[in-house]
Design a protein around this ligand. Structure first.
Ligand code: FE
Length: 290
């Protein structure tokens, strides 16, 4: 039994007002504002939402939502988790409705990041995605899910066992240095996207290092970089191309401190292990680095 995609995520943000403007004017996301002072939803495709912002001083990841195909897989995943000795609880109807899904379970990964496994997202074909500002193309989601994220994992071996228990595959894709002290970055996939979740770098103080959003037009990466630089938002990694997913992207600071990677042109998962010691080109640290 395999999760099929990173379907949604929740972010705890201390400045909800700044985040709404950032999401709309910088990222081009659709802000769904229902008037709540405590939360709002961000859309990037036909789904009711892909990102939920919650007013919260953490300025960090609040939860990740991984999808399974349907009710049968939802039941089978619960058995699979039980067999692996992973604790979870079934969310109430109210909790499922809060996320706009039919059913969900709640659990934590080995680093303590809250996770949800759900089926049945609310998809609104009557409400086409409307970008917050002009875009040349659209966001790449579909069966590859909403994008990817890099999270802290203080016990990488435990993390690997846990995400494998969700049916994900993957391992080391970048290796810096040699011998037992080499820095190794691990990337996990569950569909054609090279990775949906990864770990091995970032600040120990934060759960989340970055969230990647992919667009289907190179000009949207160029336009977004221009908007980011004009707004004097710190760029942490210059534009460049990754060796693992072939994403042409750049990284900049969100109002919560963690980074957004905005990219185009990724290749699909190769489904065979390979490792890299550098990127194709670019991704030069700027303004505080990675
Ligand atoms: Fe990335």
């Amino acid at each position: 039994m395999v999760v099929t995609e990173l379907g949604y995520m929740g972010l705890g943000v201390s400045d909800l007002g700044a985040w709404k403007l950032f999401a709309r004017d910088i990222l081009g996301l659709e802000v769904v504002d229902d008037g709540s002072k405590e939360s709002c939803f961000l859309r990037l495709d036909y789904w009711h939402h892909r990102i939920a912002l919650h007013r919260d001083p953490s300025d960090d990841l609040a939860y990740l939502g991984f999808r399974v195909a349907g009710p049968e897989e939802f039941a089978a995943m619960q058995k699979q988790l039980g067999d692996a000795g992973i604790k979870f609880r079934v969310g109430s109807l109210e909790e499922a409705e809060e996320r706009h899904v039919l059913e969900l379970i709640k659990l934590s990964d080995p680093d303590g990041h809250p996770l949800e496994i759900f089926h049945g997202p609310h998809v609104r074909f009557a409400k086409p995605f409307h970008p917050g500002r002009g875009m040349h193309g659209k966001f790449v989601t579909g069966s590859g899910g909403m994008g990817h994220c890099i999270v802290r994992q203080r016990d990488p071996e435990a993390a690997l066992r846990f995400y494998r228990a969700l049916g994900m595959r993957g391992g080391v894709e970048y290796k810096f240095g040699s011998g037992p002290k080499a820095l190794q970055l691990t990337f996990m996939h569950c569909n054609e996207r090279d990775h949906s979740v990864a770990w091995g770098l970032g600040s120990p103080a934060k759960r989340l290092n970055h969230v990647m959003l992919e667009v289907d037009n190179l000009d949207d990466v160029g336009l977004t970089e221009q908007i980011v630089r004009n707004a004097k938002i710190p760029v942490h990694l210059s534009a460049g191309k990754h060796s693992n997913d072939h994403m042409y992207s750049f990284y900049f600071r969100s109002p919560s401190g963690f980074m957004i990677e905005y990219g185009f042109g990724a290749r699909g998962a190769t489904h065979q292990s390979e490792y890299f010691t550098e990127d194709f080109y670019g991704h030069k640290p700027e303004d505080g680095g990675f």
